[in-house]
Design a protein around this ligand. Structure first.
Ligand code: PLP
Length: 358
């Protein structure tokens, strides 16, 4: 959700407009190093192997699986939405024997079922914040009960918007995207890997580009000249992420979580008062991504896509349609990063009430 064209944090815009540094310029390498430090803070981890992968959130997912799935490994995947389904597809392509644990879309995964799905899986994989349904899945009980498995978590929509505590929760691999609660344009996938997972990396993964052993040499601070060229870093994107993380940490992580929680509550309350039905299960609703069931009765001449079109054309507010099996059935209202502001929520509620005549 946002008024008209995307308007990132001013710090991010300034970084994008700044002079471009060469990818081997010591000044850029200092920015890269500080970006990795900031990512450790935001992920809640001390993992040395924490870096922005060049590519969108899906590249983070791909990097996680291609580096950790050995042929025939059992991988238990929780599926209660589109991105859990994507994890299954990616894990299978890398040779995993996937055990799916399902929950209805709109409901959270049951940690007990995930832990009981197989006696000795190599990996347990879950999406923390399911963007297709607006549901938050519990991570801490999985870390506590994972045994010998590695816990792999998709934090694309959660990082910066709700608590993520990689070390405290026993998460071994987590990846994210820049364009959600970090409030940075799309293009990088922050990734963190625990020393435990680092000891189980595939020797020569089928992707050269995403090979973490090569990538770790490329991001290693070159105090002793140890940094090895791997690919040309997307310097402008790294600068933007550096600035976005700086803005987030200046605000404070807990303050950001609180701002998202407040805006989500205001939005969800307002939608209920308008007589609309929230789709995600109570107690597991994400503040940063709200799903609303499309009402049976819409104003004459309007279908669900028409409502979204009017919001965009008349009010400059973009909301999403349903994805996957929820296509046409829900609206998805993102309220994340720089857009999580009371003024945006109130503008959306007013506009939606006018369009729906409620
Ligand atoms: N995982 C989740 C939970 C997502 O919401 C998304 C994108 O919306 C992705 C993965 C894929 O990220 P990207 O579209 O940046 O590749």
């Amino acid at each position: 959700m946002g008024p008209g064209p995307s308007n990132p944090y001013p710090e991010v815009t300034a970084a994008l407009a700044g002079p471009l540094l060469g990818h081997l310029d010591p000044a850029f390498l200092a920015v890269l190093d500080e970006t990795m430090d900031r990512l450790r803070t935001v992920f809640g981890t001390r993992n040395p192997l924490t870096l922005p992968v060049s590519g969108t959130g899906s590249a983070g997912m791909e990097a996680a699986f291609v580096n950790l799935v050995h042929p025939g490994d059992v991988v238990v995947v929780g599926v209660n939405g589109l991105f859990g389904q994507r994890m299954v597809e990616v894990a299978r392509r890398h040779g995993a024997d996937v055990v799916e644990v399902l929950a209805p879309w709109g409901k959270p995964l049951d940690p007990g079922s995930l832990l009981a799905a197989h006696p000795d899986p190599a990996i347990l994989a879950v999406v923390h914040a399911e963007t297709s349904t607006g549901v938050r899945n519990e991570i801490a009980p999985l870390g506590a009960g994972k045994g010998g498995a590695l816990l792999l978590v998709d934090c694309v929509t959660s990082l910066g918007g709700i608590e993520v505590a990689v070390d405290d929760w026993g998460v071994d691999v987590a990846y994210s995207g820049t364009q959600k609660c970090l409030g940075v344009p799309p293009g990088l996938a922050p990734l963190t890997v625990s020393p435990r997972a680092g000891g189980r990396l595939v020797e020569r993964p089928s992707s050269w580009y995403l090979d973490l052993q090569l990538l770790s040499q490329y991001v290693t601070a070159g105090r002793g000249g140890g940094r090895v060229y791997h690919h040309t870093a997307p310097v402008a994107m790294v600068a933007a992420l550096h600035a976005g993380l700086g803005a987030l940490l200046d605000e404070g992580l807990s303050a950001s979580w609180e701002r998202h929680a407040e805006c989500g509550a205001l939005l969800q309350d307002g939608l209920r008062k308008m007589g609309l039905e929230l789709f995600a299960a109570d107690g597991h609703r994400l503040p940063q991504l709200t799903t609303v069931t499309v009402p049976d009765e819409l104003p004459a001449g309007l279908d669900e896509a028409g409502v979204r079109r009017l919001l965009l054309e008349r009010y400059g507010i973009e909301i999403g349609g349903g994805a996957g099996e929820l296509a046409g059935r829900v609206w998805r209202i993102g309220c994340m990063g720089h857009t999580a502001r009371r003024r945006n929520v109130l503008a959306l509620l007013g506009a939606l009430a006018e369009v729906l005549g409620r």
